[in-house]
Design a protein around this ligand. Structure first.
Ligand code: UDP
Ligand code: MG
Length: 316
């Protein structure tokens, strides 16, 4: 399928000096092959978003831009995290691009399926999700937690594309749709399905990180998952209510039972049962307050409506 639409590749980068040259090289080769086949406009760009890196990432982006204007750069004023960096890139790209593909800087997202995404775009899809065909390159732990995450999200009623991370194509109108979502707490893979429009998936093999190390340690992964759930579902709060009703019901039944046996002349003794129930109910209450607190914290952050990112420089 051919066309002359402008494609922007949007790549969030945080301390990626070890991979950036290689990534730039591979993406350039891919763009050139698409130019040669007349698939995309020659005004297309490879846009790196520097998310407040502390290493030479921005210097490398500047050098790349000077060597070839196909490379463009966006510099955020500080580190704002992968999701915000991605959003900053997409919102900048949509000014000129007809479509944008977001991908990681570490070459884990298979560059070869870019063509397939673009073909699906020309077939009339506004969103094309990259879906991992397997998790063979992951550690057992990552595989286990990631799958658990998708299952919990599903149980909480959040619409997610299974095994899709943030490797996806979006048309300009899908990006415009995205800009209407004002929430400060961004969880893109939950929001994108809510935009609507026709969408499709392409499957790909996810590679090992080319070089450098993962910026998603366990602590960040857990925070990301909690954010994902609490920004999209109030089921946890409903579960607390259900739990509360159940426990109250059981305690009423127990009360009736104790009274009945008492009047029949057999008082129930028991220190253990008393202590266990105090601890159990106490723990449950603290957990419940914590869950409610998560949501109140969300409201607090959302009402402040702080900017999600501040752009310092754009090299275009
Ligand atoms: N990233 C970012 N800001 C951050 C952390 C990560 O822009 O605060 C970028 C990072 O440079 C990479 C992508 O997000 O391009 C995914 O990060 P990483 O590969 O470390 O995550 P993993 O693949 O291990 O989940
Ligand atoms: Mg990675």
């Amino acid at each position: 399928m051919t066309g002359n639409d402008i494609l922007y590749l949007v790549i969030p980068c945080y301390n990626e000096e070890a991979v950036l040259h290689e990534t730039a090289k591979q993406l350039l080769a891919k763009m050139n092959s698409m130019f040669d086949r007349g698939m995309i406009s020659r005004e297309s760009k490879i846009m790196f978003v520097n998310d407040g890196s502390r290493d030479k990432t921005w210097e490398i982006i500047k050098e790349l831009h000077e060597s070839n204007p196909i490379y463009s750069g966006v510099k955020l004023s500080r580190n704002k995290g992968h999701q915000n960096a991605l959003l900053a890139g997409l919102m900048t790209a949509k000014e000129k691009a007809d479509m944008a593909i977001s991908l990681d800087a570490d070459l884990q997202d298979d560059v070869d399926v870019i063509d397939k995404m673009v073909e699906k775009y020309y077939e009339g899809n506004d969103v094309v999700y990259g879906v991992r065909s397997s998790r063979d390159t992951d550690t057992f732990f990552k595989k286990f937690t990631a799958e658990g995450f998708y299952k919990i999200m599903q149980a909480m009623g959040v619409e997610l594309v299974f095994n899709h991370a943030d490797y996806r194509l979006m048309s300009r109108r899908a990006m415009e749709g995205l800009s209407e979502f004002r929430e400060v707490n961004l969880f893109l893979r939950g929001i994108v399905p809510l935009i609507g429009y026709k969408s499709d998936i392409v499957t790909y093999e996810r590679h090992e990180r080319f070089a450098g190390e993962s910026k998603y340690p366990l602590k960040k992964m857990l925070a990301f998952a909690t954010d994902g759930i609490t920004s999209f579902s109030i089921k946890p709060i409903r579960m607390i209510t259900t739990c509360g009703i159940l426990i109250f019901g059981v305690s009423l039944l127990m009360l009736i039972y104790f009274l009945v046996v008492h009047f029949m002349g057999k008082t129930v003794h028991g220190w253990t049962s008393t202590i266990v129930s105090i601890w159990a109910i106490g723990g449950l209450q603290l957990l419940a307050i914590g869950i409610v607190g998560e949501y109140i914290g969300k409201i607090y952050l959302e009402t402040k409506a702080r900017p999600k990112y501040i752009i310092e420089t754009v090299l275009d």
